[in-house]
Design a protein around this ligand. Sequence first.
Ligand SMILES: CCCCCCCCCCCCCC(=O)SCCNC(=O)CCNC(=O)[C@H](O)C(C)(C)COP(=O)(O)OP(=O)(O)OC[C@H]1O[C@@H](n2cnc3c(N)ncnc32)[C@H](O)[C@@H]1OP(=O)(O)O
Ligand SMILES: Cc1cc2nc3c(=O)[nH]c(=O)nc-3n(C[C@H](O)[C@H](O)[C@H](O)COP(=O)(O)OP(=O)(O)OC[C@H]3O[C@@H](n4cnc5c(N)ncnc54)[C@H](O)[C@@H]3O)c2cc1C
Length: 663
Amino acid sequence: MERVDHLAHERNKSEFDVDAMKIVWAGSPHAFELSDRISKLVASDPGFRKDNRTMLSRKDLFKNTLRKAAYAWKTIVDLHLSEEEAAKLRFYVDEPAYTDLHWGMFVPAIKGQGTDEQQQKWLPLAYKMQIIGCYAQTELGHGSNVQGLETTATFDPQTDEFIIHSPTLTSSKWWPGGLGKVATHAIAYARLIVGGRDYGVNGFIVQLRSLEDHSPLPGITVGDIGMKFGNGAYNTMDNGVLQFDHVRIPRDQMLMRVSQVTREGKYKQSDVPRQLVYGTMVYVRQTIVADASCALSRAVCIATRYSAVRRQFGSQNGGPETQVIDYKTQQSRLFPLLASAYAFRFIGEWLKWLYTDVTQRLQANDFSTLPEAHACTAGLKSLTTTATADGIEECRKLCGGHGYLCSSGLPELFAVYVPACTYEGDNTVLLLQVARFLMKTVSQLGVKKPVGTIGYMTRVDHLMQCRCGVQRAEDWLNPSALLEAFEARAARMSVACAQNLSNFDNPEEGFAELSADLVEAAVAHCQLIIVSKFIEKLQQEIPGKGVKQQLEVLCNIYTLFLLHKHQGDFLSTGCITPKHASLANDQLRSLYSQVRPNAIALVDAFNYTDHFLGSILGCYDGNVYPKLYEAAWEDPLNDSVVPDGYHQYIRPLLKQQIRTARL
Ligand SMILES: CCCCCCCCCCCCCC(=O)SCCNC(=O)CCNC(=O)[C@H](O)C(C)(C)COP(=O)(O)OP(=O)(O)OC[C@H]1O[C@@H](n2cnc3c(N)ncnc32)[C@H](O)[C@@H]1OP(=O)(O)O
Ligand SMILES: Cc1cc2nc3c(=O)[nH]c(=O)nc-3n(C[C@H](O)[C@H](O)[C@H](O)COP(=O)(O)OP(=O)(O)OC[C@H]3O[C@@H](n4cnc5c(N)ncnc54)[C@H](O)[C@@H]3O)c2cc1C
């Protein structure tokens, strides 16, 4: 039977070359070809089916994840997939699993913090999955405060070993993904104690389980920490608890790139800064930013397609009702999220570039850009994950009642995504790191020239007193007007915080007292980075009919939406007047009308398969109602017409009601 495309009339309206946009979204023709091929490979293989996840018990769910991970590995080996192809395949399998931590943190930690010899020894085993690793940093008592970790690694010069020990209940490792049931090895973070002196936290490679029968090694107590938020969702992951009871490991299993302990028990610090011990977190935060656009674009794709299918009210003379996407309120909630998905895509690309650049500099012993890289990865991770988690929930509401069904894909997407606001650094804690960087920059103005993303501070005198020149709504389309408003707001908020801080005798006390304002200043700075990189992206040549114009509309929506949402900041710092704010809002409304005919094509450009989207509401052909109806009958509760428990719990009730009625 020929498939009917219920969204064809929407696709026909689009004013740009969707195939060209697909390449812009993917990043390059090569990236597009890779994503397209691998996503179709996964979608067409029943071994990667995922539509039954929310109905399985935890044990069945977990076993199914193990099966899928093993099947994915077999596919990778059988098809001789490259590293890049394998990573894409894991991405499209779309199920949190121990492999995320093995490839995403264990391997990068050895690469970033191990010496050449350590890499030569451990990486080949990890690459072939002959060992499976996790990243065991967080403890029951401490996650954010890494310096507060309690696990100890005490050097024993007699045996040339470290003794890894959990001295308290609160020092139990708690949360590491893959630890609970699978990992054979961990990078465990512990306080390095040499000759009775505490040298702070460092990473150690510790074997946890036998490679023969998977039983925990002597001195190791390990298990899963229990069910987490939502059905299915992150419960495919075995986040674990781990205690060490005087576990001995050879000295050469301390990751020794940053500091070393010699055979004689001497501690040595390399030339590299100590902060590189935190390097794996910087790497993962950068990947999380890139990932935010994937999660948000999925939710937006579902909500946009469904908003074009769904009709409510407004029928004229018995004709069709209004598509809900035509309501201005729906547009004002949905289109900023569509624009954010594109903005996060481009900031993710830029951050990847920044990370590569800082890595190359570190290799050449140039550590000058490390503080900026830390501030950018921390701040952008915080901003994009908060906006994405909120955005997925908004998309669920945009889909009305049907958005609450698991078959919409949105509840599970939210439940899987929302811990991103906490893991790899709580979002508020990370913004406070950005605020420290900003306060340091302001205090050094005139002594040290700010560069890179903080370069706008060189014009602080101008930014403190400039006036917005916008006179008509269209003037807000001028990138210089937008940039200056965002730069002035960010600079003024940072300078105001710095001035307030100077009123305190004790700077740390002042920082704690003003921390809520400091977080807002950090948000303003990070929003400026995203806006400025989107504008920079549009200064490049972008091929394809109408593609650049669409991106300009999205960039303006993203920027003016932020200005509208945070107009309190812009007004209170005097960067704009109420008249400017009102003109910005007028312009925003007009931009929504421009994006409307292109909305479906703009989400088609994500090129997601129905398998990856995992949503009846978001399916490509828009044939929503028959699919919802069919799916309802597949629920196990509908296996029988009369439910289990009828004779025990319903019938006696009904009988009792009959007797009461007769009385
Ligand atoms: C494709 C693959 C996908 C992979 C996805 C994986 C799956 C994901 C699944 C989920 C997986 C989830 C997995 C997980 O969740 S793994 C666990 C993740 N845990 C965290 O993220 C903990 C968060 N806490 C911290 O990072 C630190 O303790 C903070 C930063 C809060 C404070 O720390 P501390 O109290 O020690 O520091 P300080 O404030 O005295 O500052 C000291 C100096 O150090 C500088 N500094 C601080 N940090 C960094 C840094 N990073 N690079 C460079 N520099 C840094 C700082 O600017 C300052 O500089 P200066 O001012 O003195 O110059
Ligand atoms: C799903 C998931 C997977 C994870 N995977 C791993 C893993 O693989 N490996 C691993 O090691 N860890 C992992 N973690 C742990 C994670 O990294 C930590 O939970 C995270 O760093 C937050 O730390 P916390 O839990 O100690 O939060 P807390 O620091 O206790 O935060 C609690 C509250 O206190 C606030 N707060 C804390 N400090 C400050 C401050 N200085 N100023 C103001 N407010 C503050 C926070 O904003 C938050 O509101 C995972 C966590 C989750 C949820």
